[in-house]
Design a protein around this ligand. Structure first.
Ligand code: QAP
Ligand code: CO
Length: 169
């Protein structure tokens, strides 16, 4: 079991665009396992490889209450989306900061699983929001970057204050 270090906003590396995975190798399977361990330990409901400074199109998600429904999305693509939702989101790279983002209410996504097999998933509610949030990470975008400049500068001040006080514990 390996817990990976999660990049903390505003780390510039969170703006890196991830590259497609050519083939699911042992290295990718180990990355998926370490990302799942890291997400469950946090605990969180979703983690993109970008957040652990690996710039490949790999996502792990588990929105179940029992934490036993791991979803692996390699090379995800949204092939359909419908409706509008504005869920309150959070992010392991922006701890303690929560806020709404407007996204599609439901999405159909095509991806590969950890065996490299292609599958199609229809998602709505929290799962649909989480897929869109994690796919944004792969494109180098963090949820707070949808907010107004004013809201972002207040959020940054709060984060800086938190990071300063964390040094003195
Ligand atoms: C993304 O986020 C997400 O601030 C996954 O102190 C979240 O797992 C998509 C977390 C909500 C849609 C809705 C955040 C843990 C976990 C924190 C997470 C914190 C500790 C966030
Ligand atoms: Co996030």
């Amino acid at each position: 079991m390996a817990i990976l270090k999660i990049l903390q906003y505003p780390d510039e590396r969170l703006h890196t665009v991830a590259a497609p995975v050519a083939q699911v190798t042992d290295e990718i399977r180990l990355l998926v396992k370490d990302m799942a361990d890291t997400m469950y330990a946090a605990p969180g409901i979703g983690l993109a490889a970008t957040q652990v400074d690996v710039h490949k199109r790999v996502i792990v998600i588990d929105v179940s209450e029992t934490h036993d429904q791991l979803l692996v999305l390699i090379n995800p693509e949204i092939i359909a989306s419908n409706g509008i939702s504005d869920y309150e989101e959070g992010c392991l790279s922006v701890p303690g900061i929560y806020g709404k983002v407007q996204r599609a209410e439901s999405v159909t996504v095509r991806a590969w699983n950890a065996e490299g097999e292609s599958y199609v998933l229809d998602a709505n509610g929290l799962l649909a929001v989480c897929i869109q949030h994690e796919m944004d990470h792969l494109a180098g975008k963090v949820f707070v970057e949808y907010w107004s400049q004013l809201k972002q500068s207040r959020m940054l001040a709060k984060l800086k204050k938190k990071q300063r006080s964390a040094i003195h514990v």
